[in-house]
Write a protein that binds this ligand. Structure first.
Ligand code: ARG
Length: 593
């Protein structure tokens, strides 16, 4: 095989389609006045089913586009990298060599099926973050208040980011920063005498504390007496119990945290230190009863910060500043990500600005990943939503749906567990892919429009309305289907060359192999954009490609054992990669459905 040049920022040993791209770039740079790098930057994935496309005008070369295109085609001989080139107005479409592509991709997937030391599937992962540490804060609910849908989104997107960074070689510290301090605790403590009930607390502590909170805010506006031993004792045990409940719910969601911390863990010392430092720098001015940092110059208005309530309880912003300082001391992170709704854009901009003004060089490594609001997921009219209720409802909705098909229902081993798992997947997918995707699923169960509609879905910043009915579409066609149709394992073909030869006869097999080849790029793009939707789209495209292939590239009924095992090998590789994508999305693959 002819030697290809080496290009920075490419990684053929982990993303073998890079080789094909490099060969296209090489051909361009040999026929046009372009460097290899310039040419490479112009090689994109094709949009309408082509493998790779080059938009010639982007090179701004002198002369007519048609002539430039003709130059590239002149004397073209297919080789082991490129099968054909087609001119389409000002575009050139490159079709890669089918046999070699299938061979290279499957070989690579197969060679990288093991898990990395951090438990990530190797294929699709890379080591761009090697030696670097990121703290990712997500979920962060408020302990006596409602777990709102913003918290759910933060939980889902945050877990995705944690997996994604791990897959890119970063050391990840995932952190849950509980809203566990402030006047609300004093309120509940005061109101508990009157409204609290041990029995109700034991049954559903999170809900009960919330109810007490709601009632007490209605009749009084008392602040806690700081240091009241009794109040503190109660608070500690409530926090503990609430946390246990949350942990159960997170476990069900397949989401883990390395660190549970909270506003109450930010020490008074670090907040005082921040305050003193800001004062020394002349950044603090008095205003009424409060102290503020003047951020007018930076268009961040003047927030009142670092002020304290009469009882000594400090504010949300103050905690975030002290908290960031402590986290840096403790973790010396290279990056810290806050996964918090867009409603707090302003708040986090202030936090980051103050830390920057304080002169911390690490302040530039703070990143706010925001997202839009979710509407429409309330479980009971008029009451707040809690995480465990959302999970329960997802399972129930799915269970009801499954019962509608007697035949299928009868073969499901544990309907309770299965429906819960698929229900959770439904919530996650709906959240990460946003509305366009679900509506397409609904209107066309064949998923074909979905595929036509392109690789990148709606971004996380868009608001969306959650719809329980939409979740039902997950019961039929999608993820777990794959395991369901899994036939017995056949012996592997004698060599991958022979397998490739069989597979190259099938356009559907080609499509699957190429898609598998794009996965490392899907991961890279997600890391740049911090968007889960591209990974969701990839997973569904792959499922769709497999389902379409299933009746054409048949295993069952294929008499030739060698061919049957060649095809099986393709499905095995596809399953591995699908599992890797699902892993990124924190979705547990079901063994059987
Ligand atoms: N507990 C907060 C809330 O529910 C979210 C915390 C976000 N993180 C932070 N470091 N401020 O609104």
């Amino acid at each position: 095989m002819s030697q290809l040049p080496i290009l920075p920022d490419t990684n053929p040993s982990r993303a073998v389609l890079d080789s094909f791209r490099i060969s296209i770039a090489k051909r361009l740079s040999e026929t046009l006045p372009l460097t290899l790098e310039q040419a490479f930057a112009g090689v994109d994935y094709g949009k309408k089913g082509e493998d790779f496309t080059v938009a010639l005008p982007r090179f701004r070369l002198p002369g007519k586009v048609a002539e430039i295109a003709a130059t590239v085609l002149e004397g073209f001989q297919p080789d082991e990298w490129i099968e054909s080139i087609v001119i389409d107005r000002s575009f050139l479409h490159f079709r890669v060599n089918t046999t070699n592509m299938i061979f290279q991709v499957l070989n690579q997937v197969d060679a990288l099926t093991h898990l990395t030391p951090s438990g990530q599937p190797e294929y699709g992962s890379n080591d761009s973050g090697k030696g670097k540490r990121v703290v990712i804060e997500y979920s962060s609910p408020n302990i006596v208040k409602e777990f709102h849908l913003g918290h759910l989104r933060s939980t889902i997107i945050g877990a995705f980011l944690a997996n994604l960074y791990k897959a890119c070689g970063w050391e990840v510290i995932s952190m849950n920063y509980l809203g566990d301090w402030g006047t609300q605790f004093g309120m509940v403590a005061t109101g508990y005498e009157k409204y609290g009930s041990q029995a109700e607390f034991d049954q559903d502590p999170i809900m009960h504390l919330y109810n007490v909170y709601v009632k007490v805010t209605k009749d009084l506006e008392t602040d806690p007496k700081d240091g009241d031993e009794d109040v503190l004792k109660k608070w500690r045990s409530w926090r503990e119990t609430s946390l246990e409940k949350y942990q159960e719910a997170y476990d069900q969601l397949n989401i883990k945290f390395d660190v549970y911390t909270g506003e109450s863990n930010v020490s008074k010392e670090s907040m005082d230190k921040a305050f003193a430092q800001l004062e020394d720098m002349g950044l603090i001015s008095d205003r009424d009863f409060a102290k503020e940092v003047d951020l007018n110059k930076w268009n961040l208005k003047a927030p009142i910060i670092l002020t304290t309530y009469p009882d000594g309880t400090s504010m949300y912003l103050t905690h975030d500043i002290g908290g960031a300082m402590e986290r840096y001391e403790q973790y010396k992170f290279d990056k810290m990500i806050y996964v918090v709704g867009a409603a707090q854009d302003f708040h986090l901009a202030q936090v980051f600005k103050v830390l920057e003004l304080m002169g911390f060089p690490w302040a530039k490594n703070l990143l706010h990943i925001n997202y839009g609001m979710v509407q429409g997921m309330s479980t009971q009219k008029g009451t707040a939503v809690f995480l465990d209720q959302i999970i329960k409802k997802a399972g129930n909705v799915m269970h009801e749906q499954m019962k509608k098909n007697d035949e299928k229902y009868a073969v499901i081993q544990d309907p309770q567990v299965t429906s819960l798992e698929i229900g959770i997947m439904g919530i996650k997918i709906q959240d990460m892919a946003a509305k366009w995707f679900v509506s397409i699923l609904l209107s066309s169960p064949s998923l074909s429009d979905f595929v036509v509609n392109g690789l990148y879905g709606s971004s996380r910043i868009n608001d969306y309305t959650f719809n329980w009915d939409r979740m039902l579409s997950f019961e039929g066609d999608t993820g777990p289907y794959l395991q369901h149709k899994n036939p017995q394992l056949l012996p592997l073909p004698p060599t991958l060359q022979i397998a490739t030869h069989t597979l190259a006869q099938y356009p559907n097999a080609r499509e699957i192999a190429f898609l598998l080849g794009t996965y490392p790029d899907v991961v890279n793009i997600a890391l740049k954009t911090h968007e889960p939707s591209g990974v969701v789209t990839f997973a569904f495209k792959l499922v769709h490609a497999i389902l379409t292939a299933w009746d054409r590239v048949i295993v069952k009924g294929e008499e030739d054992v060698e061919k049957a095992s060649a095809k099986m090998f393709l499905y095995e590789c596809a399953k591995e990669v699908l599992a890797a994508a699902m892993h990124l999305l924190s979705i547990r693959p079901l063994e059987r459905m």
